[in-house]
Design a protein around this ligand. Structure first.
Ligand code: GDP
Length: 427
C-alpha cells in the first residue's frame, strides 16, 4: 500500500487522466491537490468518454473516496455541473469529499482573468480564463474565501468586503467596467454552498488517518512540471505548483508518506497556450501529428484550442522528471507515432550565441533556443492492440529504451491507446 503522486513531466495533456483512472482501481482515495477547472483530464471507460475538469479521476469507482484538497482551486459551479453530468450518463454517484480548507473561485476571478488577458493582448499568457491566476493571487494575498466561510454569513460578508474593495477600483478605473455588488456574489455563493454542503468535511484528518492505516492514496496532479510557477517556463506557467513536492501540502498529508512518484511522459510533445517550446513543429508536419494525436486529435479539453505540436524533447522531459522526483514513468501515446518512417527527437538545445546544452535553461535563456535533432527508426504499424511488451515491434522497444536512457528514469508502463486496457507493463 502506498501514497502515490501521479504527475505530468511535460507541459500537461500527457494522459494523466487515463493513467489515474487505471491506477485508481487499486486506490482507496484519489485526491486533487492543486489547480482548478483550467485543465481537463480525458477518461474513456465503459461509461463512455469524459472530460473531467474539477472532479478527481477516481469518480468511476464506487469504492474510491474522491477528495478536493486544500490546495485546489474549487470552482463550485464546474464541480456541480460535472457531478450532474456523471449522474445523467449513468455513472453511480461517487464518494466525494471537499476540504473545508479549500478556497473557492469567485465569479470576479473569472471576470478579471478575462479582462486581464484582453488587456495584455498579444503579450498574454494563454490563460484558459477560468479565474485561476486571480484566484491564487487572492489566496496568497490572504483575500481568498475558504469553503468553511461559505456557511457563516457574517464572516462571508466581511471576507467578501475585504476581497472585493480593491477589485472594484480596478474594475472601474483600469478596465472601465461597472463595480460588482457584494449582495449578488453572496447570494450566488450561498445557493451553491447549499448544494455543496453534503460533501464538505475535514479531509485533512481523513487522509492523515488513511495514510496512517497504510491505505493506498493517489494524489492527482494537473498540468505538468514545465508549468510549475517556480521551476517551469515562468511567466507562461500556471499559478499553483504542479510538482509532486507540493502534493503533500495541497492534499494535507505528510511529505514523508509519498513513496512513489509516477511521472507521465508523452511520446511526442504538445503544448497548450503560450511560451517557449523548443521542439515545436509547424505546417503540414504539425497538422498530421495533431490530427493523429490523443484519442481524437490534440485539441484543448478546456478550450478546444488546437494544441501546439512538437517531437519528444529529451532536455525538457529529463528536467521535468527530475523536478517531479519521479520514481518511475509512464510513456503515453506511443501508438500515435506508428505512421512515421523516422521519428525525430530533440536531444539538445542550441542557445543564443551558439552555446549547446542538454540542461533545461531558465525562460530568459530559452528565448531563441533551437532544437538539436536525432532521428530514430519508426515501426510503421498499429500497436494499439498489442498487450505485452514482448509483442511490440523492435523499433518501438528501441524508442522506449532510448527515451528511458535520455530521461534517466525507468519506464514502467507504456500506454498505446486512450482506454484502460491499452496499457502495457514493461519488464
Ligand atoms: P491529461 O490532462 O494529462 O489527462 O491529458 P488529456 O486528457 O488532456 O490528453 C490526453 C489525450 O490523450 C486524451 O485525449 C486521452 O484520451 C488520450 N490518450 C491518453 N493516453 C493515450 C494513448 O496512449 N494513446 C492515445 N492515442 N491517446 C491517449
Amino acid at each position: 500500500m502506498t501514497v502515490t503522486a501521479i504527475v505530468g513531466a511535460n507541459w500537461g495533456d500527457e494522459g494523466k487522466g487515463k493513467m489515474t483512472d487505471v491506477l485508481a482501481a487499486e486506490a482507496a482515495c484519489v485526491v486533487r491537490f492543486q489547480g482548478g477547472s483550467n485543465a481537463g483530464h480525458t477518461i474513456m471507460n465503459d461509461f463512455g468518454k469524459f472530460s473531467l475538469h474539477m472532479l478527481p479521476s477516481g469518480v468511476f469507482y464506487p469504492s474510491v473516496k474522491n477528495v478536493i484538497g486544500p490546495g485546489a482551486a474549487l470552482d463550485v459551479k464546474a464541480l456541480l455541473t460535472e457531478w450532474n453530468e456523471l449522474a445523467e450518463r449513468g455513472v453511480p454517484a461517487p464518494e466525494l469529499y471537499v476540504s473545508e480548507r479549500a478556497q473557492v473561485v469567485l465569479p470576479i476571478h473569472r471576470l478579471l482573468d478575462e479582462l486581464e488577458e484582453e488587456r495584455l493582448g498579444e503579450r498574454g499568457f494563454g490563460s484558459t480564463k477560468r479565474g485561476i491566476a486571480p484566484f491564487y493571487a487572492d489566496k496568497y494575498a490572504k483575500l481568498g474565501i475558504q469553503v468553511a466561510d461559505l456557511f457563516d454569513a457574517k464572516r462571508l460578508k466581511l471576507r467578501l468586503e475585504q476581497c472585493l474593495a480593491p477589485k472594484n477600483v480596478l474594475l472601474q478605473h483600469l478596465y472601465e467596467r461597472p463595480p460588482v455588488r457584494i449582495e449578488e456574489i453572496m447570494e450566488q455563493l450561498q445557493s451553491e454552498a447549499k448544494l455543496l454542503r453534503p460533501y464538505v468535511s475535514d479531509t485533512t484528518f481523513m487522509l492523515q488517518e488513511a495514510a496512517g492505516k497504510g491505505e493506498s492514496i493517489l494524489l492527482e496532479g494537473q498540468l505538468g512540471a514545465l508549468r510549475d510557477p517556480d521551476h517551469g517556463i515562468y511567466p507562461f506557467s500556471t499559478s499553483s505548483s504542479t510538482l509532486a513536492g507540493f502534493a503533500s501540502i495541497g492534499a494535507g498529508i505528510p511529505a514523508s508518506s509519498i513513496t512513489k512518484v509516477v511521472a507521465v511522459v508523452k511520446a511526442y510533445s504538445s503544448c497548450a497556450g503560450a511560451g517557449p517550446f523548443v521542439s515545436e513543429i509547424d505546417g503540414a508536419e504539425a497538422d498530421e501529428l495533431r490530427r493523429r494525436g490523443g484519442d481524437a486529435g490534440e485539441y484543448g479539453v478546456t478550450t478546444g484550442r488546437p494544441r501546439r505540436m512538437g517531437w519528444f524533447d529529451a532536455v525538457a522531459t529529463r528536467y521535468g522528471c527530475r523536478m517531479q522526483g519521479a520514481t518511475e514513468t509512464v510513456l503515453t501515446n506511443l501508438d500515435v507515432l506508428g505512421y512515421l518512417d523516422e521519428i525525430p527527437v530533440c536531444v539538445g538545445y542550441e542557445l543564443k550565441g551558439g552555446i549547446r546544452t542538454d540542461r533545461f535553461p531558465v525562460t530568459a535563456k530559452l528565448e531563441g533556443a533551437k532544437p538539436i535533432w536525432k532521428s530514430m527508426p519508426g515501426w510503421r504499424s498499429d500497436i494499439s492492440r498489442i498487450s505485452s511488451y514482448e509483442a511490440l515491434p523492435e523499433q518501438a522497444k528501441r524508442y522506449i529504451r532510448f527515451v528511458e536512457t535520455e530521461i534517466g528514469i525507468r519506464i514502467a508502463t507504456v500506454s498505446v491507446g486512450p482506454r484502460r486496457e491499452q496499457t502495457i507493463n514493461c519488464p
